[in-house]
Design a protein around this ligand. Structure first.
Ligand code: HMG
Ligand code: MG
Length: 302
């Protein structure tokens, strides 16, 4: 299949990128990160989570982040909402998009949101209805679509089943997420092909963690199956506190570099993103994991 000429990048570093950081990242830094990403041209920035602060203390200041960011017209600011309490927070915060997050693995569903897949779907239904009634976009994330840290193999049918439940609720977008970065291109092709049989590829996104160094190859495989929305995180930040062994999301800089080489447009200012990655890594007091970002920064310094 011909590759798309344009790809939408959802920048998830303010949420997925920071949620696993041990030291609390000051709200000022989170606000600046969201603002800089929006200014760099990302059409969609995942800005916060409205989850239990006991479960994810790093995301406890979501309401404040949302209240303090500059809202760029046209940018979609998304927040995670596991239940109605989260949705109420999102509504008050004026989120443009909410993200319900279920899993294709029972074991991970229990660990991450403390309920079975069926219970999670029942919990999401009123959330999605309320969001639709309020005119808020809805994205449905499917964790462990390529493998689970607790259960191992995840059948393709389990991913398709959750996708179909989301479609029945009329979500706008569906994320196929490799939470622990174990997928390889062949499996990505199988899963994406199966999901695109039931859902329009234009509504499906790939969310790849890079734990095993497969994420860029997996994005290319997904592009070849007609997927044109990807989630990335500046400096490769990220990880889920309830996914044992998971490391960061694929680095935004690396994805932008690859897409540029493929003549695929994103509308994002690559140089600005390299700056953001270096700034954020300096704040966290460590070198970021983006190969392209670090290479450009080294070249600039030479
Ligand atoms: P629970 O303990 O079963 O919930 O947790 P509960 O309804 O019994 O409530 C317990 C307490 O939490 C109560 O407070 C509630 O008020 C409070 P208490 O009375 O004890 O003081 N509470 C909330 N507070 C704020 N906002 C809320 C909320 N809901 C309840 N929305 C729950 C169930 C879902 C809340 C919990 O398990 C949770 O918050 N989980 C979130 C875990 C999480 O955020 N994980 C990371 C994000 S997912 C991810 O990273 C994967 C993704 O990137 C894709 C991929 O890579 O796979 C998206
Ligand atoms: Mg993730």
């Amino acid at each position: 299949m011909a590759l798309p000429s344009r790809v939408k990048i959802v920048e998830v570093s303010p949420r997925d990128g920071l949620q696993n950081e041990k030291e609390f990242v000051p709200t000022d830094i989170k606000v600046e990160l969201v603002n800089r990403l929006a200014a760099a041209g990302f059409p969609n920035v995942e800005a916060a989570s409205f989850v239990s602060p006991k479960w994810v203390p790093q995301m406890a200041d979501g309401a404040e982040v949302m209240a303090r960011i500059d809202r760029r017209p046209g940018t979609i600011y998304s927040v995670l909402t596991p239940n109605m309490k989260g949705f109420e927070g999102a509504l008050t915060a004026g989120a443009d998009e909410i993200v319900i997050f279920g899993a294709a693995s029972e074991a991970f569903s229990q660990k991450n949101i403390n309920c079975s897949i069926a219970e999670s779907i029942a919990r999401f239904e009123p959330v999605v209805q309320a969001a639709r009634a309020a005119g808020i976009r809805v994205r449905g994330s499917i964790s462990c679509a390529l493998g689970c840290p607790y259960q191992g193999e995840v059948p393709v049918e389990a991913v398709v089943d959750v996708a179909q439940r989301y479609l029945a609720m009329q979500v706008d977008e569906i994320d196929v997420a490799d939470t622990i970065g174990v997928g390889t291109p062949k499996r990505v092709r199988e899963v994406m092909t199966a999901v695109t049989r039931v859902a329009d590829p234009a509504r499906i996104s790939g969310h790849f963690h890079d734990t095993y160094g497969q994420a860029l190859a997996n994005i290319l495989a997904a592009l070849e199956t007609g997927i044109s929305i990807f989630h990335t995180s500046v400096a490769g930040l990220g990880g889920c506190p309830y996914a044992k062994g998971a490391t960061g999301n694929v680095a935004t800089e690396d994805v932008l570099y690859m897409l540029r080489g493929l003549d695929i447009d994103t509308g994002v200012d690559f140089d600005a993103v390299v700056d953001i990655g270096q700034w954020m890594s300096a704040h966290l007091n460590r070198k970021g994991s983006s190969r392209a970002g670090n290479a450009i920064a080294a070249k600039r310094a030479a």
